[in-house]
Design a protein around this ligand. Structure first.
Ligand SMILES: [Zn+2]
Length: 216
């Protein structure tokens, strides 16, 4: 029992350090003056977001950032102007928000959440553990289909140089063709920290004329 006790104690201490670090970090990345003005201009946000909920919103967006990045064109840096319906719905479930409140939250807080990034893998794993219950409870719902792990192709563009198209501004430079038509399937990911967890894997295609000719 003794090793288990110390293991639990160590976990609690690490979690405490993590929460303190996350809070200090959040205050650091946010321009509090600007943020407070947004809450002042849209006071209905206060009905959803106390400080703890705001921290959680930023952290969950940080976990979903790789997934959200895949919906953007490869030459566009985030955040997306609006959330995909499934992720919007997932966040609505997590924070008990109405449709309008979910949209307002992203409009007002999305850019703040987007600039947050994990300092290291340990911080990312701790955040996963903290919010895993939301992904387990809501992520697998048919209207959400978002996991704490969302596997995507390692590239957002076709790597075949023959599929590139010349830039309008400089026809000598080719722009890689974006992969399209995402197909998402439920999978199970076996992890050391969380055990077996439901997740999703997405494949994408290159639909260039070269590809279509090859398929004829
Ligand atoms: Zn291609």
């Amino acid at each position: 029992m003794l090793p288990a006790f110390f293991c639990t104690l160590a976990t609690i201490i690490n979690l405490g350090r993590y929460i303190l670090h996350a809070t200090v970090k959040l205050v650091a990345i946010m321009d509090i003056s600007t943020l407070s003005k947004r809450f002042y201009n849209d006071p209905e946000l206060c009905s959803i977001f106390d400080f703890t909920a705001l921290v959680s919103y930023v952290e969950i967006i940080s976990l979903l950032k790789p997934k959200l990045s895949t919906i953007l064109p490869s030459n566009q840096l985030g955040p997306p102007p609006t959330l995909p319906v499934n992720i919007h719905t997932f966040l609505r479930y997590c924070f008990s928000m109405s449709d309008d409140m979910g949209k307002l939250a992203w409009e007002r807080l999305g850019s703040y959440a987007w600039i947050n990034s994990f300092q290291d893998v340990e911080e990312e794993h701790a955040t996963m553990q903290k919010h895993a219950r939301w992904f387990l409870q809501h992520g697998t719902k048919p209207t959400c289909q978002v996991g704490i792990y969302n596997l995507e192709p390692p590239t957002r563009v076709c790597l075949d140089p023959r599929c590139g198209s010349p830039l309008h501004s400089n026809k000598h430079i080719l722009r890689n063709r974006d992969l399209v038509e995402p197909m998402t399937h439920p999978i199970t990911v076996f992890t050391r920290n969380l055990g077996a967890v439901p997740a999703f894997a997405t494949s994408r295609y290159c639909r260039s004329s070269l590809f279509l000719k090859l398929c004829d």
